[in-house]
Design a protein around this ligand. Structure first.
Ligand code: ADP
Ligand code: ZN
Ligand code: ZN
Length: 718
């Protein structure tokens, strides 16, 4: 159906094809190949590359006459006629992302395609498409006969029953938000609404409008495995529509199928994690980024892109509205949603929904001053929960209500120690402790994964009595079970979710009321609609106040507020819901703003600090990262890199190279250098010009132990 237009056979065309080439190969653009006919831009092809045959994307249908003579060019081996070419907007988005995040075009383009697609040849793909079309046709035929048991809906195991079908009456603030959206041209909007204010309902209404107009919706969530409820809600609302999900938890075949359905316009709604921002859509009508402040939108290795920022770019590119939703927007987004009269850029429309649906109120915040708590006796360690907090939880247990206890550290204890000789359970490969996991009696490094069984005795002096120091979620769970006899204590963290299905099981038992006290990491603070939680406690949240990372406070505020939002979601319990914070610094402005639920005050203060320190959103940052066999080799490279661009660094400040916070991981030393500029274009220009220089420099430094280097644009943590 997309048959290329034939041209004279005696003059083969020269087409530019992007293929996956490693960043450091120095190949940034397309490679020329020959083909008897022209091929449309965006078409998928198989081409020879070295001794391999690889999948590539036609970038220049008529490649410029490069310096390679046609005799030495290779021919395109296969084309995929059954597949529509990737849309122009997709190519533009990929090209922008590659340039902005300093990666090669080929790496970016191929990285965002479903991995399985790159394995298939023409015949195999045609077979898949046929099967897919058959399934879609069968589904259409079956529609209306029975309740749709749509295989395209990835069923959300462990999800609570779907919300009531009849559309609720909109709240006044929802109605206003929707009216303002309807009245404004397509642009980026910030839906700034408390948890439980009905943001999702606003997304769904907007989605409905767009679907009715025959367009597609892209809805992004930070972690799809943790939000089965959204999937269930979307599926329940748009029963007649085809909803597909795209995230790394799918099998390669599922992911390819869902992606193909999106590209061919067979999917109406795409629900996905950050990688879904690159989903090719023939007729997009809306992009939603839920919990836009969430750090998971930033890819943390390889091409370190921000899906949130790319969504905003994509919206502009395609003339499609973008809805960013959050109770605690990132300061970048907040700055863009602040009118110029209030010191912001005024680029985004700001829609505020401060009230919770149904008159629900946020839990009352109680800052528990730990400096007043009784000190533990000699040789005793302080109990995890202070007496009044324990009493408050006990009260909940007796009333049949649930409590959520937040501790952002998994494992049993962060380190084991020998009381005699001082041995500690360090990782031999990293500059970090190995965490004691009691469940399977292992010491595990959370950086490199190195795992061993816990030694019976101290490896240095043979002392049999080695002790856990500090506390993680496992230990807290154990201690709470001891302190609350009869209470059912559960735990949710990354260790629980490692076993397939166990997160769903655990969530289901919380929803069913089989858990009285739930211990968890930040994972439980996100998105879950727990109905019977009336107490949320943050056990040890102070570390973030003094972290060197300038975003630590912002992240902590968002986490605590989000956690608070887990309590009192039902109006009948909202009245006596509480958020407890055990802190040594109750007067800290972060906690004061939390107590008043005053995000605005918090943001204003943070923005002032950022402005005076010359930090984002008032400046743009990039990190040049280096990994080497020795710390010297890493810093030497960074120093040389800074010197090599000194003459073109106008308007950009290059800071001294420093070891990263965890400087050795898996026997590799890591260092980084920060680049900062008040003008984003100046930073971009420098990075682009620096790439070839640093590439050559890195070649030289390889001999002295440099292993890897990369640029991280708009780094999330520094
Ligand atoms: P948010 O996404 O802001 O946390 P939700 O959209 O999940 O909030 O809404 C919270 C709860 O209120 C959900 O159970 C939802 O079904 C319900 N809800 C949303 N809008 C309304 C409304 N206008 N009337 C009644 N209930 C509503
Ligand atoms: Zn010892
Ligand atoms: Zn390690």
């Amino acid at each position: 159906m997309h048959a290329p237009v034939p041209t004279a056979p005696e003059a083969p065309c020269r087409v530019g094809v992007v293929v996956e080439a490693p960043q450091h190969s120095g190949l940034w653009g397309a490679l020329d190949y020959l083909h008897p006919q022209t091929l449309p831009a965006g078409a998928l092809v198989r081409v020879p590359l070295g001794r391999r045959v690889v999948t590539g994307v036609v970038w220049d249908p008529v490649a410029s006459q490069g310096d390679v003579p046609p005799e030495s060019l290779k021919a395109v081996l296969e084309t995929f006629e059954a597949l529509p070419p990737l849309p122009e907007a997709w190519r533009k988005l990929v090209a922008f992302a590659a340039a902005y995040y300093q990666r090669s075009l080929g790496e970016m383009a191929l990285m965002v395609l479903p991995p399985e697609l790159r394995q298939l040849d023409q015949v195999q793909l045609a077979r898949r498409l046929k099967r897919l079309d058959k399934a879609v046709a069968a589904e259409l035929a079956a529609a209306g006969k029975a309740a749709p048991d749509d295989p395209a809906h990835d069923t959300a195991d462990g999800a609570p029953p779907s919300p009531p079908q009849p559309l609720p009456e909109l709240s006044a603030q929802q109605a206003e938000a929707l009216a303002r959206l309807a009245a404004s041209p397509p642009q980026t909007s910030l839906l700034w609404g408390s948890t439980g204010s009905g943001k999702t309902e606003v997304y769904l209404r907007e989605a409905q409008r767009v679907l009715d107009a025959g367009r597609q919706v892209l809805m992004m969530v930070p972690e799809i495995n943790l939000t089965p409820q959204l999937e269930a809600r979307v599926a329940a609302r748009f029963a007649g529509r085809r909803i597909v999900s795209l995230h790394s938890g799918l099998t390669p075949a599922q992911r390819l199928r869902n992606w193909l359905m999106a590209l061919r316009g067979q999917a109406d709604v795409v629900l996905g994690t950050r990688l879904s921002v690159f989903t090719p859509l023939p007729c997009p009508g809306l992009i939603v980024v839920d919990e836009e402040h969430d750090p998971s939108y930033k890819q943390q290795d390889g091409a370190r892109y921000s899906a949130r920022d790319l969504a905003v770019y994509r919206g502009r590119l395609e003339g499609v509205p973008v809805l960013l939703g959050s109770a605690t927007p990132s300061l970048e987004t907040w700055f863009n949603a602040l009118p110029a009269s209030e010191g912001g850029t005024g680029r985004y429309l700001r829609l505020a929904m401060p009230e919770r649906i149904g008159g629900g109120v946020m839990p009352k915040v109680r800052l528990l001053d730990m400096s007043r708590a009784p000190k533990p006796g000699r040789g005793e360690s302080a109990p995890p929960l202070s007496a009044p907090l324990l009493a408050a939880i006990t009260e909940r247990v007796e009333r049949g209500e649930q409590s959520l206890v937040l501790l952002n550290r998994r494992g049993y204890a962060p380190v084991l120690q020998c009381g005699d000789c001082g041995w500690q359970s360090g990782c031999p490969h990293c500059s970090a402790w190995r965490v004691f996991h009691k469940v399977d009696r292992t010491l595990r490094c959370h950086h490199c994964g190195f795992t061993e069984r816990v030694p019976r005795a101290c490896p240095d002096c043979g002392n049999q009595d080695i002790q856990p120091v500090g506390r993680g979620t496992e230990r807290l769970e154990e201690q709470l079970a001891e302190a609350l006899p009869g209470a059912r204590v559960g735990r949710i963290d990354a260790d629980v979710t490692k076993h397939k299905g166990s997160l769903e099981t655990q969530l289901a038992s919380v929803h069913a009321g089989d858990v009285d006290v739930l211990v968890g990491t930040q994972m439980v603070a996100k998105g879950h609609d727990f109905r019977r939680i009336t107490l949320v406690a943050a056990v040890n949240p102070d570390a973030a106040l003094f972290a060197s990372d300038f975003r630590a406070a912002e992240r902590q505020f968002a986490l605590l507020l989000q956690a608070a939002g887990r309590a009192g979601r039902d109006a009948d319990v909202a009245g006596h819901s509480e958020m407890w914070v055990q802190t040594w610094h109750p007067l800290h402005p972060l906690y004061q703003a939390l107590r008043d639920y005053d995000y605005e005050a918090f943001a204003t203060r943070q923005l002032q600090e950022r402005q005076s320190a010359g930090l984002p959103p008032y400046a743009s940052l990039a990190l040049l990262r280096a990994e080497a066999k020795t710390q010297d080799a890493a810093t030497d490279f960074l120093r040389a890199a800074a010197e090599s661009v000194g003459h073109i660094a106008g308007g950009v400040t290059l800071y001294p190279a420093v070891p990263t916070p965890v400087q050795r991981v898996a026997d590799i030393e890591r260092a980084q250098m920060m680049l900062e500029s008040p003008q984003r274009p100046a930073l971009q220009r420098l990075l682009t010009e620096a790439q070839p220089i640093w590439l050559a420099l890195a070649q030289q430094h390889r001999r002295s132990g440099l292993v890897r280097w990369a640029v991280d644009v708009d780094p999330l943590s520094i």
